[in-house]
Design a protein. Structure first.
Length: 170
């Protein structure tokens, strides 16, 4: 069906912006934790993400492990708190990431507005809980784009405050 309003195109772009920001935030946290661990231990078993090939075996570290975004945020926040840095990351950002990654996107109208709903993983007494439910209005999408961008900026400030090379001063 033809998208006469352009709303669908804008919604797709905004969702893409949010997902890009979430992926960037996760990588920033992984780089921060990887460099901090390397700095503390003196061990440099980091992985060059630009050159690795399919089938190659790499060491497990913060760049390669399966920590969730929520787990990474907790670890960076503990590090920041232990160093008495002012910035803390929003732990609720993981729910946004999980909602977008694992939610059901639907609308009764092909041109929207869309709603995304995510259910809990494990049933209790045969029932699942709704973990995430949002109507993807332009305002909500813009708020989430700004919110995720601001979290990236916090991660960069934390990394710079720790003196990490992966986040040089601008």
């Amino acid at each position: 069906m033809e998208n006469k309003t352009g709303w669908l195109d804008q919604t797709n772009k905004r969702i893409g912006d949010i997902i890009t920001n979430l992926l960037s935030l996760e990588l920033a946290l992984r780089l921060l934790l990887d460099e901090w661990e390397t700095h503390q231990s003196g061990c440099n078993d980091s992985v060059n993400l630009y050159t690795i090939q399919v089938g190659e075996r790499v060491p497990e570290n913060f760049l390669t492990n399966r920590d969730s975004l929520g787990e990474l945020i907790k670890k960076v926040n503990r590090l920041a708190e232990g160093r008495q840095l002012p910035d803390r990351l929003d732990g609720k950002i993981g729910k946004l990431r999980n909602g977008l990654a694992h939610g059901r996107l639907f609308s009764p109208d092909p041109n929207g507005p869309f709603r995304i709903v995510k259910f809990s993983t494990f049933p209790k007494n045969g029932m699942l809980q709704v973990d995430f439910s949002e109507l993807l209005t332009p305002e909500w999408l813009d708020q989430q784009t700004e919110r995720t961008f601001n979290e990236i900026q916090k991660a960069l400030r934390i990394g710079r405050s720790l003196g990490l090379k992966c986040f040089p001063e601008e």
